[in-house]
Design a binder for this molecule. Structure first.
Ligand code: BGC
Length: 366
């Protein structure tokens, strides 16, 4: 551990009862906090990308909460480029950010950014994606193995029943190989699928990683699966953008595949919710991003001020057990669309049901 002012209450009993108490970086635990122009604390939010809708939502909620707390946020997106992300973080540190919040494009490459920040006494929070092999201060995310389990469990439960000599056939689309979360989703999926694969009730006819989570890469994976001539009943897509690419391939292939093949997702993005009510995507996972972004902004401001934070969990990043805050997730289907993402204000009723004739829409939430 570094010599910065870190206080981690390590006793098992105490940590179970009150969580891990972290107080590091920022003002050095008591001194004055250097500020951006206008006397505000400056926080850096470094994102892998802003191309997927979810990250725009994350950035918006994060900035809103930080502003309420009197901080100013420098938001930068690296467009999936590690050297760009490094450069942006470097310039944030030069501008005097008092805490850094990073969504790494590459879980391993960004350890260097954490070291750099620590050299200037700036604490680092990994947001949604962990940064491996470094003395990370805090990790905020969802239980990503659980996300993978929920996706696979849904798929297994919604595939046609296998008959003797006729197993269910699936295509698997993993996320970006540079993103540690993609591995965690796969791990959760593998755990659920293992007994079905062992019994031969399910066979994987094609599988691949979608570089940078891009829909066009997912589309290519499904096109490659179709080109083998194999038939399949489900696509275990790891998020909504890859589900979108997969469904586009099914639509273009014709033969009524879209809507018949069970496709999973994650993020509850608007196009995915629209596909779910239209019937081409079967499910998504709603991750209450407002909670995550709000908690991250609160933690960043506290760390910047040298105040303690309570983290009840920890996740090993290959070097240390990183204090962690992990939020819960919800499976969303056509049946609970209104009661989940819409009731929560994450998506609007009018937009989700835009393509559905009014007489076929469920009642609006009260
Ligand atoms: C996030 C997902 C997201 C994916 C692509 C992952 O790290 O956990 O929510 O869909 O990145 O941006």
């Amino acid at each position: 551990m570094s010599a910065r002012n870190i206080l981690v209450v390590a006793s098992l009993l105490v940590s179970v009862l009150i969580g891990l108490v972290i107080a590091r970086g920022g003002s050095g635990g008591g001194g004055s906090v250097a500020t951006a122009g206008g006397g505000k604390i400056l926080i850096g939010l470094s994102l892998d990308t802003l191309k997927e809708a979810r990250w725009q939502v994350d950035a918006r909620f994060f900035t809103e909460r930080a502003k309420q707390l009197g901080a100013q946020v420098d938001v930068q997106s690296a467009n999936g480029d590690d050297s760009q992300q490094m450069m942006q973080i470097h310039s944030m540190l030069t501008r005097g950010v008092k805490a850094l919040v990073i969504v790494p494009h590459d879980a391993v490459a960004m350890a260097r950014a954490v070291e750099l920040a620590h050299q200037t006494g700036v604490p680092v929070i990994a947001y949604d994606r962990i940064i491996r092999n470094c003395d990370l201060d805090l990790y905020l995310s969802f239980d990503n193995v659980r996300v993978g389990e929920l996706q696979a469990k849904f798929l297994v439960d919604h595939l046609p029943k296998p008959a003797p000599g006729r197993p269910d056939r699936i295509v698997r689309i993993y996320g970006a190989p540079t993103d540690n979360n993609a591995k965690l989703f796969k791990q959760g999926q593998d755990q659920v699928l293992a007994p079905y694969l062992q019994r031969g009730d399910i066979v994987v006819v094609h599988e691949d990683w979608a570089e940078d989570w891009k829909p066009e890469n997912a589309k290519k994976i499904v096109n490659a699966a179709i080109a083998t001539g194999a038939k399949f009943d489900g696509i275990l897509a790891s998020n909504d953008s890859t589900a979108g690419g997969a469904i586009q391939a099914l639509l273009e292939a014709g033969g009524g595949l879209a809507g018949k093949v069970v496709v999973t997702g994650q993020d509850a993005e608007l196009p995915a919710c629209q596909r779910i009510v239209a019937g081409t995507q079967a499910m998504t996972i709603y991750k209450p991003i407002r909670s995550l972004a709000t908690a991250a902004a609160e933690a960043a401001v506290k760390l910047a001020e040298g105040k303690p934070i309570i983290a009840r969990q920890s996740v090993n990043n290959g070097k240390i057990d990183v204090p962690a805050i992990l939020c819960d997730v919800v499976v969303v289907t056509r049946d609970n669309m209104v009661d989940s993402v819409i009731k929560d204000g994450f998506q609007s009723y009018d937009e989700v049901y835009r393509g559905v004739p009014p007489d076929q829409r469920p009642p609006r939430p009260k």
